[in-house]
Design a protein around this ligand. Sequence first.
Ligand SMILES: C[S@@+](CC[C@H](N)C(=O)[O-])C[C@H]1O[C@@H](n2cnc3c(N)ncnc32)[C@H](O)[C@@H]1O
Length: 247
Amino acid sequence: MSRTSKTAPSPLDDRAREVVDRLHAQNRHQFARSIIPLVREMVKAKFGTGNWDSTQTDSGKEMLADKMVALDPEKAALCHLLCRSLRARTVVEIGTSFGVSTIYLAAAVRDVAGEDATTGPPGLVIGTEHEPGKVEIAERNLADAGVDDHAEILAGDLLETLPPRLAALADQDRPVDFVLMDIWIPMALPALEILIPHLRPGALVVCDNVVSGASDYAGYLDRVRNSDDFVSVTVPGQGGTEISMKV
Ligand SMILES: C[S@@+](CC[C@H](N)C(=O)[O-])C[C@H]1O[C@@H](n2cnc3c(N)ncnc32)[C@H](O)[C@@H]1O
């Protein structure tokens, strides 16, 4: 009798899967080890700044500087599938960290370009990360996974690095097909505003943890739910995911 596993198999090839399996395990281990100090930071942030956001205190920033905080495997696989389905060739990732989600996205644009080499440019994921140590690790992980030809990481604050890169894409008539929004929450709305003029109609923006972080995401959620620019859906479970389509 065949046994059915609880979740679908990974959409990645063996080489990339080996890398992400290792990184997902490392992420779980890091999280388990840092949960108590993290909660302590959140309480400190609540008293200091009025909300629970530990990414905004100096000690919280220091603590998170080497943490992966990666997307769950199922959400990363969902992003991979959405990119494949959209036939995405140009993807922007807001928040790269160690490159876990980047590997899923880069594999997707590589597969799209491989399946239909005659139309459109080669697939590219543009990642963004301001911690230099994380950029180095992400670049190594992308190479180990065999997808580094399809990804580049903008090192530095995305408010500075992203606008000129998007302008260069616009010069090539290359709009953005898909965005993964997985960043410290206060950066989400400013990043979205930078991206909006570059999204093609039908482009998807996937944002993580919008239910668990609903109050901190209020401005972002208002922008995608209550404007003529987007049609949006909230997928509950595992912190909640907002999927917004550019009209
Ligand atoms: C949640 S993690 C990204 C996880 C990644 N998407 C994954 O699934 O592996 C968010 C990352 O955004 C980075 N970050 C925060 N603010 C930033 C900024 N202003 N510019 C660039 N990167 C930033 C953090 O250093 C952190 O590594």
